[in-house]
Design a protein around this ligand. Structure first.
Ligand code: AKG
Length: 331
């Protein structure tokens, strides 16, 4: 109930770390597995307290995801399960190491995307679902739609591929549905969904209608996933002991704009066809382009997955991620 209200709330309370601590206490059971992880990562603090990259003192656990290691390509082709993927997917995985993303063209047939669009429209118009505080995102639609949950979020073929890429089983964490482009500035998901060790997040972006340069397509910077992770330690977040800096996210986006300019990164647009699925690396810089044609829709769905057994938190809002048992893969 509180959670539902807070999803839409944009005011001052969002900046108070104490509010998240209270929410953590309400979710004590879901946070309990973190006790073991805090010990493992030598974190000497309560599992209910705020949590951020600063707590790790700049020293990361040596478990680097296998796709980010220098010998990744060799390890990939020699992996005993590599041969179980179709040849075209194998080639895409090799490019994933280099680019930080891959596209599965026409992964979903039009019947699936039509059904999901109809469910989103129906639930929006009947008030069963709505946009969160951003005004653009329908948060965790999978909780209200068996189709979104089973066919899209927990699609067995995707779960297998994502788990293979991360080298650990994935834990489905959250979904975001869009009816219009996000127009979100370039960012890496790792600032919003962070892991220790870093890099144990992966995401899918599914086109539920065709994209063009006019309806705010997704964009990304190939290869940017190899740059160092940017955390609140790398820009002036405005965070204090008790509060999250008011415009921490805006300042972060400013920092990322600098990183893009310094590294002369080249932007590419994802002019997706309905049913295409893009998979991106935790640290790939990406965002949503401006909507050129006023009112143009751009229906899409984003799914985020953590790896099992790592510590998950939210670096911008400095709090542990709450991963409910019902969010876990059913298998
Ligand atoms: O779909 C978009 O426009 C961007 C989505 C995005 O950046 C995200 O979910 O992290």
């Amino acid at each position: 109930m509180f959670q539902r209200y807070f999803e839409k709330y944009t005011g001052f309370l969002r900046s108070l770390k104490a509010v998240y601590v209270v929410n953590n206490l309400f979710n004590a059971q879901k946070l309990a597995p973190n006790r073991r992880l805090y010990k493992q990562y030598h974190l000497k603090k309560s599992i209910f307290a705020p949590l951020g990259s600063r707590d790790f003192g700049g020293v990361h656990h040596p478990d680097v995801p296998w796709i980010d290691r220098p010998d990744a390509l060799e390890a990939l082709v020699q992996h005993p399960d590599f041969g179980s993927f179709k040849p075209d997917v194998q080639e895409k995985m090799k490019l994933f190491l280099q680019n930080g993303f891959m596209v599965l063209e026409g992964f979903y047939p039009p019947t699936d995307t039509d059904l999901l669009n109809a469910e989103v429209d129906h639930q929006l118009s009947s008030g069963q679902t709505g946009f969160n505080y951003t005004g653009r995102k329908i948060f965790n639609f999978f909780e209200k739609s068996a189709l979104a949950n089973e066919r899209f979020f927990k699609n067995p073929e995707l779960l297998q591929l994502l788990s293979f890429l991360l080298g650990k089983p994935v834990v489905p964490f959250q979904t975001l549905n869009f009816t219009h482009g996000s127009e979100q500035k370039a960012h890496s998901d790792s600032i919003h969904m962070t892991t220790e060790p870093p890099g144990y997040l992966i995401a899918t972006w599914t086109a539920l209608e065709d994209c063009s340069l006019e309806n705010g397509p997704l964009f990304y910077y190939p290869g940017s996933h190899r740059l160092p992770y940017v955390t609140t330690e790398h820009y002036d977040s405005g965070n204090t002991l008790l509060t999250i800096g008011d415009d921490s996210n805006k300042r972060y986006e400013g920092k990322i704009a600098e990183v893009i300019a310094q590294n002369k990164l080249e932007k590419q647009y994802f002019l997706a066809k309905r049913g295409d699925v893009l998979i991106w690396h935790a640290n790939l810089l990406h965002g949503g382009s401006p909507i050129i044609r006023e009112g143009a829709t751009r229906k899409s769905m984003v799914c985020h997955y953590f790896a099992e057994g790592v510590l998950c938190y939210h670096e911008i809002s400095q709090r542990p991620a709450i991963i409910g048992p019902k969010l876990k893969a059913e298998s």
